[in-house]
Ligand binder design. Sequence first.
Ligand code: BTN
Length: 254
Amino acid sequence: MNLSATQPDAAHHVSHVAGWTLLEFGMVDSTNLVAGKLGAWHAVRADTQTAGRGRFQRTWVSDAGGLWLSAVVPTGANREHWQALPLVAGLAVIESLKAFSLASARLRWPNDIMVNERKLAGLLVDIFAPQLAVIGIGVNVTNHPDVQDTKLKATSTRLADLVSKPPPLATLTWAILASLKSAMDVMAKTGFSALQPRINELWGGSRRVTIDLDGVQRSGLFAGIDDGGRLLLRENALALSAFEPHQVRLLREL
Ligand code: BTN
């Protein structure tokens, strides 16, 4: 990846928020790319992104009014920890949203935040430099993603459609960064297993799913994650299988 292609607006605002140094821009190509040049505990927010990055090389519509935020965290040497980062970020975002009266958000493995069957937020973890991960967080707030991509009308939702008074972006940024820092601190001190029960509360019940293990399909009941962050699939009463996150290319809810 050529990070030198990233040219954010020169003008940006710097502040210190809950243990983070936050850089805020008007427009960038992708906050993940800008954050990829920074050190641990830096965060980047932009009003709009011209090349917002989604999973599987998709474009993420990033119009004004949404929260486009990236946070740089140390990965450490523990593989279990960095593999679990999308889940830790999902926990931080959902717990923050609850504080703004959104009780109904759930996590769809590994990194979508859903309300009913619509996507409210997406997470994308990029690793551009050794020992550092960029956690990208996109939340639809008062923006109108379906104007740019009409297919999103049926599949996405926004905080403005779900709560009577969506918080200002500055408040939401602060809450998510504070929650992410505290989850990262727990993981560093006590290990991922301390977060597992909190994450397993967020799936909104168990569902039938198909997972794609790089071409091989397996179906069963999604049973959350184990204390090492592995996906648990119950294929029948006797068989509960655990899969490392990198083994699972795609999960489809049935
Ligand atoms: C997905 O669901 O496909 C992941 C979407 C992640 C979008 C966010 S917006 C902030 C950060 N910057 C990016 O370019 N992408 C992430």
